[in-house]
Write a protein that binds this ligand. Structure first.
Ligand SMILES: NC(=O)C1=CN([C@@H]2O[C@H](COP(=O)(O)OP(=O)(O)OC[C@H]3O[C@@H](n4cnc5c(N)ncnc54)[C@H](O)[C@@H]3O)[C@@H](O)[C@H]2O)C=CC1
Ligand SMILES: [Mg+2]
Length: 383
């Protein structure tokens, strides 16, 4: 147990002991004491609680504390300004992220301090008030708030040089980003884009104002509150018990097949959307559906992908592909899938056409790998 945890636990016991037994004035005195001791303990960790904002008086696991901390920043602009001054900030230039190579050969965002960004803004002749445009993205395991900022008004090459990084289109960089970097950068880009296209109220045409965290925008004239939007998308790996069904759109890279996917229609359930998409795209009827997992997907914009496995009856596997949606759809054996999963790099122009699958970081890859593993396990258990 680290020293901070020990202090937190002690404070927790004190605060909890106070709550049920002491008079409200005793309690508020103790809460004040806890507040100032917490502030001094958290200062080295660069977490600040402004006096006016609500300070939690019970302390929970690291995860719960982080979630409550983030939530408090969304609710209190002052707390958010204070957190920004001690945060990790990563940059975009017109939605293109600033990245750097990591020791392990992949990419990560360039994390900067407030003063790093402040001094470069000054050097490049920009108003440092631009920093207030930063948007809260998350909180690291080390309790460091993470913000992103689009510096699209500055010279891109000059910013890249100052921070020893490189601005790289997210479509190219996504699969090279490290495991925690990919979802963080995707989320940040999605939030920045959402703010860029929601500057005006759809009802009144008046400008909308964001809160400091960037978790909402409000039109003061209509009082409409706008929240960041995602489009729900279903993705499904269909199996007939022995083979799985994959399709490809003409826009996919050559040789790549993926699980069937589609945007949900308004009012549909997850199950209805899955059955409709599969019926529309390949003309088969699903028998059973089981949920696997989900993913935020940044392309083309913000999608919330819900991943499932589904079965069809082995007697009804005849495909009738809608060629306006898919270039091809086929059943693949477990051996074909295993070899497709071995292909680790995108085939280059001129390479012979070979079958390959969406890379890791994709929900399609997760569903296909889960299916392959289940098939292997069931073969093993049958001897
Ligand atoms: N992360 C992953 O593993 C995978 C992600 N995907 C993503 O799933 C998404 C949906 O797959 P598709 O087969 O293209 O969908 P789809 O089969 O629904 O067809 C796309 C068409 O749906 C319409 N549409 C309806 N609502 C839309 C909305 N909110 N946004 C955009 N278009 C909408 C448009 O006409 C569009 O051309 C794609 O964006 C793709 O990038 C697809 C496969 C794997
Ligand atoms: Mg589709």
């Amino acid at each position: 147990m680290n020293i901070l945890q020990k202090h937190k636990n002690r404070l927790c016991v004190q605060a909890e002991a106070a709550e049920p037994h002491q008079s409200s004035s005793d309690q508020s005195g103790l809460i004040q004491q806890v507040r100032s001791r917490m502030a001094s303990l958290l200062r080295p960790l660069r977490i600040f609680f402004p006096a006016r904002c609500c300070v939690p008086t019970r302390f929970y696991s690291g995860f719960v504390s982080r979630m409550r901390f983030l939530n408090s920043l969304k609710e209190c602009d002052e707390a958010c300004v204070a957190a920004l001054q001690n945060a990790h900030i990563f940059l975009f230039h017109r939605l293109v992220p600033l990245l750097q190579q990591t020791g392990r050969g992949n990419l990560s965002p360039v994390f900067l301090t407030y003063s790093d960004v402040q001094s470069v803004l000054q050097k490049l002749g920009s108003d440092e008030s631009l920093l207030k445009e930063s948007i809260l993205v998350g909180c690291s395991d080390q309790n460091q708030a993470q913000f992103c900022l689009d510096v699209g008004e500055l010279d891109q090459a000059a910013v890249a040089e100052e921070f020893k990084g490189c601005f790289m289109d997210l479509r190219k960089a996504f699969f090279l980003l490290n495991g925690s970097g990919a979802p963080l950068v995707a989320k940040a880009q999605a939030l920045l884009r959402w703010h860029q296209i929601n500057r005006f109220c759809g009802a009144t045409g008046q400008p909308t104002q964001r809160n400091q965290a960037g978790s909402q925008r409000v039109c003061s004239s209509s009082s409409i509150i706008y929240y960041p939007k995602m489009s729900p998308v279903v993705i499904v790996l269909v199996s007939d018990g022995k083979r799985c069904l994959l399709g490809r759109q003409s826009s996919f890279p050559r040789g790549m097949y993926s699980a069937l996917a589609g945007f949900c229609d308004m009012g549909e359930t997850l199950e209805e959307a899955l059955c409709r998409e599969v019926a529309e795209e390949v003309g088969v009827e699903l028998q059973s559906i089981s949920y696997s997992s989900s993913q935020h997907w940044p392309f083309p914009h913000s999608s919330f992908m819900l991943g499932c496995h589904a079965t069809v009856s082995p007697a009804h596997t005849q495909l009738n592909v809608d060629l306006s949606e898919l270039e091809d759809a086929r059943w693949f054996t477990v051996e074909e899938i295993s070899s497709g999963l071995q292909v680790k790099t995108t085939p280059r122009r001129g390479d012979p056409p070979s079958f390959w699958l969406p890379p890791k970081h994709t929900l399609a890859n997760r569903l296909i790998t889960e299916w392959r593993d289940r098939q292997r396990n069931s073969k093993d258990s049958m001897g």
